[in-house]
Structures are given as C-alpha cells and as structure tokens.
Write a protein that binds this ligand. Structure first.
Ligand SMILES: Cc1cc2nc3c(=O)[nH]c(=O)nc-3n(C[C@H](O)[C@H](O)[C@H](O)COP(=O)(O)O)c2cc1C
Length: 199
C-alpha cells in the first residue's frame, strides 16, 4: 500500500495534528507488510503557489520552457504524481482562522487540475482519483464539528476530496485543544481512540 502523508501545522513538535498523523502512519507500518510512505511536510518544504507564472509555464511547450518554468512544472507534476501513486492519503489539517493552513491550500490548488484530477462532462463534475481513501486529522483550539464555523475546515476538505473522486474520507477530530485540560485531554484520548478504531 502506498501512503501519502501530508502535514501542514506551523507548530512543529508542539503540533497535535502532526502527532496524530504520525500515530496513524505508525499503526499502518505495524499492520501492513508492504507499505510505502511519502511524507510531505508542506511547511518545511512548501509547494509553489498556483499563480500566473505556473499557468504561463504550463501553457508554454515543454521544449520552450525556461529553466525556472521547467522547475515549476516539475514541482507541480511531482505533487500530482505522488497523489496518483497513493492508495491512502493521511492529511494533518489544523484549523487556522476557521479554515485550513495556507500551505495545505497551496497543495490543493496545485493538485486540483481540470482534465487531470477532475473533469467536467455532460453529467457534471467527475473526480479522477477514484479508488483512493483518505484520513483527515482535523485539529482546532475551539469546537467546530457540525457547526457553521467548521464549514471551511474539515467539511471543506471532505467536499474537496469527494469532488476529486476520493469517496472514502474518514475524519479524526481533536477539538477544543485550547479550552484547558478538562476539554483537551478527553479530546486527545477520543482522537487516539478514533485512530485505533480505523485500524
Ligand atoms: C495561526 C493560528 C490560527 C488559529 N485559528 C484558529 C481558529 O480559527 N479556530 C480555532 O478553533 N483554533 C484556531 N487555532 C488553534 C489551532 O487550531 C490549534 O492550536 C490546533 O492545535 C492546531 O493544530 P496543530 O497543533 O496541529 O498545529 C489557531 C492557531 C494558529 C497557530
């Protein structure tokens, strides 16, 4: 099984989502004989922003691209190839300002390409990443699951992954992490139990 493990927390070793995605990957290593993991730390090694330069590079014939354009397209193509190679995505998604980290959004913008990861036809949109599964680790200082304040966080990620064809999306939630130990500790225990149940 091939796993693509994405982390996007800016809190380094203090990050809860990083600890929980690591726990998922370690559980997979114990339980899966033939496991390949690609770990992308989107903070330490950010992907390029989808901007006019990338569009121009993509729109330039491969043999006419400048060195910088070649590097840009190569980074985007690598991210997409890693995605297609994965059977399972493990995504660490802290809530920042009611949404996901900009580093994770940049990755989404890079891999969401019409005609590559999705396409529109007479019946509407069709995701091209079918057959893959995802586990999203959604962490937050407050409590947002099932509320309007969570729409741009875990709900958005689920919608986006479904749109791209990844229908089996599990969300591990660890919320209320800034609400003091009486809320934080049970939330962490519940998240760890959710991960154990995934296995
Ligand atoms: C820049 C920043 C913005 C944040 N914005 C929110 C927010 O809008 N709502 C919330 O509930 N928590 C917010 N938090 C708290 C984080 O969601 C919380 O610390 C969580 O543990 C982050 O996951 P991590 O530990 O993996 O980084 C924010 C934290 C940071 C650093």
């Amino acid at each position: 099984m091939n796993v693509l493990h994405l982390d996007a927390s800016i809190l380094g070793d203090h990050s809860v989502s990083r600890q929980l995605t690591q726990q998922i990957v370690e559980a997979l290593r114990l339980g899966t004989a033939d496991l390949t993991v690609i770990h992308r730390d989107l903070v330490a090694d950010p992907v390029p922003v989808s901007d006019g330069a990338l569009l121009a590079a993509r729109g330039t014939p491969a043999d006419a691209r400048s060195t910088a354009q070649q590097a840009l397209v190569a980074q985007a193509d690598t991210a997409i190839a890693q995605l297609f190679a994965a059977d399972l995505l493990v995504i660490g998604a802290p809530m920042y300002n009611f949404s996901i980290p900009s580093q994770l959004k940049a990755w989404i913008d890079l891999i969401s390409v019409a005609g590559v990861t999705f396409r529109y036809g007479p019946n509407g949109a069709e995701g091209l990443l079918t057959g893959r599964r995802a586990v999203v680790v959604a962490t937050a200082g407050g409590q947002h699951a099932g509320k309007p304040s969570g729409i741009a966080h875990a709900d958005y990620l689920k919608l986006l992954l479904n749109f791209l064809g990844v229908q089996d999306v599990r969300v591990v939630t660890a919320e209320g992490l800034a609400m003091g130990p009486a809320v934080r500790e049970p939330a962490l225990a519940a998240a760890r139990a959710q991960i154990a149940a995934l296995a």
